[in-house]
Structure formats: C-alpha cells, structure tokens
Write a protein that binds this ligand. Structure first.
Ligand SMILES: NC(=O)c1ccc[n+]([C@@H]2O[C@H](COP(=O)([O-])OP(=O)(O)OC[C@H]3O[C@@H](n4cnc5c(N)ncnc54)[C@H](OP(=O)(O)O)[C@@H]3O)[C@@H](O)[C@H]2O)c1
Length: 428
C-alpha cells in the first residue's frame, strides 16, 4: 500500500485535533506508519462552521456515505450511540472499510454487532480513544496482557466528574457551584448528565469488561450512580476519616458473572487512585501474573484524545490487527450480572437526623437487626431538636443489608431526606 486513505467524519474538538496532529507530525507519523496517511476527505454537519484551523485544503463531502466509498479507513468523530455515527460506521464496516472511533457510547451499546460486522468483512474496528483518552488501556488489554488472566479492571474514567470532585474537596463549594464553574471553563458540557451521572464512565466500564474478560459488551448490565447528590458534608467527613471521594468504575469477574459498576467511593487518602486529581483519568488491571501498574493521563480534551485516534490509524497503516474485543466474536461469552447488592464492603452512611434523645438507640437497633456492626460513629456537635448529621462507618456488610436497614431508618420520623451511602474501597 502506498498510502493509507482516511476520511474524517466530525470536525469538532477531536476531529480538528486529529487533522492538526496529522499535519504537524507528518514526517514522524509517515516513518512510524511505514506509509503516508492521506486524508481523502472530511465531513461534518456544517461546511461553513467557524473552525480553529483552515480546512479548505481538504476535500469536503456533503454526504458522509459517499466519503466512505473513497476510504481505507473511516475516522468517526461525530459521537452519539445511535444516529448518523452508528449508521455511518455500519456502512463502512459492511463495505470492508476499517473504522477508528472515539465513540464510547456507540461501542458500549452496539459493540457486539459492530465487531461482528468487522469480522465478517475482514476489516478492523479500533477505539483506543474511547476509554480514558490518552491512556492506552484498550491496546494494553488487547495486545499486552494476552497471556494473563484479568480478574478486575478499575478506573477513574471521567475527567469532568473527577475535576468536580477535586474542586468540591479543595474549595468546600457545593456541587452546583463547581459544576457551573466547570462549564464556564469548558471542562463540562452544557448538558453534563452523562458525565455527572456516571453514564460516560459506564460506557467505558462496559467496553473494558468485554475486553478484559472476553465477554459480550453489555451496557445494560452496568450499575451507575453519579456524583450530583454528594454534599460538602460528605467531603468533610471523608477527610476526617482519612479518605477522598472518587467516582470509580469497576468491572470484576465473580465466578461466571460480571460486576459492572460506577459509583462514588471512599478511597484511602495516600493511595495511588487518591492522587489522581482534576481532569485526569487512571486505570488499573488486576492480573493473575503481572503486577500491573496504574496507568494515568489526560482522559479527555482534543489533543489527548486525538493522539490515541492517530495511534490507531498508524497501527492500521502498519497492518496491525487483533480481534475487536481481544477474541473472535464467536467466543465472546454471554455471562450474567453480579448484582452490586451482593457486594460485601465497609460502608459510609450519613443520616440527617433531628437531635432528640433516643434517636441513636433506634438507629443502632435497626442496624443490629440487619447484622450490621458499626466501626465508627461521628455526630458533629449537639443541637437539641435541630437537624444534625450523623455518620457511621460499618464493618464489612452486604450492600443489600445496608440498603434495607437505611431504608427502614429513613422512615423514622426523626430522619430527614435520603441517607447517603458510599462504599469504602480499601484496595486502591
Ligand atoms: N472531546 C473530548 O474530549 C472527547 C474525549 C474522548 C472521546 N470523545 C468522543 O469523540 C467523539 C467526538 O467528540 P467531540 O468532542 O469532538 O465532539 P464535538 O466537538 O461536538 O464535534 C462533533 C462533530 O460532529 C459533527 N456532526 C454532528 N452531527 C453531525 C451530523 N448529523 N452529520 C455530520 N456531522 C455531524 C459536528 O459538525 P459541525 O462541526 O459542523 O457542527 C462536529 O464537527 C465523541 O464520540 C466523543 O464521545 C471526545
């Protein structure tokens, strides 16, 4: 092959950075790829949109499907689980055109179908940039850990929420205030739902689980809790108890069932994950043989994400190839879900209670009746007949028992609002 012909669909934050890297680094990339990378066309929604670089030298296609007919590789950087991106990628793969994408939502929702299409048509589907931006975890699992047995993958997988959690802890400001600031600085989107409610991290967990365990990607099996209900008090108590709060995404194999979960967790201060701050991501694989290091780096942003996209393009130019999820589609296992209610852990529970004689005895009795023993209890100040926060740290307990007991406690007439329950993750 004299050159690898690529078409870039989507010229937003990532698409423009891809073009910029391909131009700025042309000679090095050619040398590493072993052939030239030729951009045969670009497309986006609006040809005349103002863009941070001049794209007039590139051939513009009004019809993205028409562009696919001219490419060896479609670089899909439009986004969205369905719609035009999904349609275009299916079109490309069914014609034997390989695809490089950063679209985690599409891979999480349609990964099995798209991997099948790629395999049937002898082409590749690459998505290093879809998980943790510049952190090369997809290729690490797909290429480097092929000899090992991965039993778990854990990560801080969403830069926006990590930035918000860092700011809430450092400044003592509330969630809404910090979110607004993140939006003003461009760290959070106008509609931040996917980032703050754990959905974006959930997409990545579904992809990592499939790669790590050789299972069919199953986004519907991911349990997601976001960060929007955390309060200043939770950060205060976390600090008092020696923890930081991080939105952790985990995939774990439990016999023949997979646990896929995203939720805020207490992580011991001083542990490697606790040091991952602001918009940074980190991922850690538990392997049977390898002592896998924690890999961290920028999880988002045009240049960081585009560097992974271009890395995948170079791999294709070199003729590198691997099954989409690490094993042939026919051997991807369909496994059941491990329910988070079966997770045994220490838990932090915060109740807002009316400070009244006998309240603590009532709460303790309900917890005792559900087999939950308390390791630490904190009540800040006394304020008779006023609301106060009461915090408990349990010994190891089943989440189901913690939920049931908390539910009963919250029905007591001295309890206000919903209790806040956070898993304490000791292993990181
Ligand atoms: N931004 C990041 O930091 C980041 C990080 C990791 C992964 N990703 C993923 O990378 C992908 C692209 O993200 P982005 O941030 O670059 O998005 P973006 O800035 O919103 O850009 C989206 C691009 O898609 C084009 N587009 C939208 N609808 C279209 C349609 N119907 N037909 C053709 N083109 C259409 C837009 O065209 P116009 O420009 O003409 O409006 C725009 O160029 C997404 O899958 C995202 O999840 C992004």
């Amino acid at each position: 092959m004299t050159s690898l012909k690529i078409g870039v669909a989507g010229l937003g934050t990532v698409g423009i950075s891809v073009l910029k890297i391909l131009e700025d680094n042309k000679a090095t990339i050619r040398n590493r790829a072993g052939s030239a990378i030729e951009v045969v066309g670009v497309t986006a929604r609006n040809k005349n949109a103002k863009r941070p670089m001049d794209i007039s030298a590139y051939t513009w296609f009004d019809d993205a499907q028409d562009m696919v007919a001219h490419c060896d590789v479609l670089v899909e950087l439009i986004g969205g689980s369905d719609g035009i991106a999904y349609k275009l990628v299916k079109e490309a793969l069914s014609k034997g055109v390989s695809v490089v994408t950063a679209n985690k939502a599409m891979i999480a929702h349609h990964g099995l179908e798209l991997a099948t299409l790629a395999e049937e048509n002898n082409c590749n589907l690459m998505f290093e940039a879809a998980v943790a931006g510049a952190v090369p975890i997809v290729n690490a699992i797909r290429h480097s850990f092929t000899s090992d047995k991965i039993t778990g993958v854990h990560g801080i997988l969403n830069g926006t929420s990590n930035y918000i959690l860092t700011q809430m802890r450092e400044t003592g400001r509330d969630f809404a205030d910090v979110l607004k600031d993140a939006q003003d600085k461009g760290y959070a989107e106008a509609d931040p739902t996917f980032d703050i409610e754990g959905v974006d991290a959930g997409h990545k967990v579904a992809i990592l689980a499939a790669l790590a365990f050789g299972t069919q990607p199953d986004f519907s099996g991911v349990h997601m809790t976001g960060i929007s209900s955390l309060t200043e008090e939770d950060f205060h108590f976390a600090g008092e108890l020696g923890f930081k709060i991080k939105l952790l995404g985990s995939a774990e194999m439990h016999d023949d069932r997979v646990l896929q979960i995203v939720e805020p967790c207490f992580i011991p201060d001083g542990s490697p994950f606790a040091a991952i701050e602001d918009a940074y991501n980190a991922v850690y694989c538990e392997c049977e043989y390898a002592e896998t290091p924690l890999m961290s780096g920028l999880g988002a942003g045009g240049d960081a994400t585009a560097s992974s996209v271009v890395g995948d393009i170079v791999a294709l130019a070199r003729g590198e190839s691997a099954p989409v999820f690490g094993v042939p589609v026919s051997s991807l296992k369909k496994v059941g879900s491990f329910d988070p209610r079966e997770v045994e852990s220490r838990y932090y529970i915060r109740f807002n209670v009316k400070d009244k004689v006998g309240v603590m005895a009532d709460i303790s009795a309900i917890l005792r009746d559900h087999g939950i023993s308390i390791e630490t209890m904190i009540q800040l100040g006394r304020s008779p007949e006023q609301n106060v926060n009461v915090v408990m740290v349990t010994h190891d307990a089943l989440r189901e028992d913690v939920n049931t007991a908390s539910d009963l406690i919250s029905r007591l007439d001295v309890i206000f609002g919903e209790p806040c329950i956070i898993r304490i993750e000791e292993d990181f």
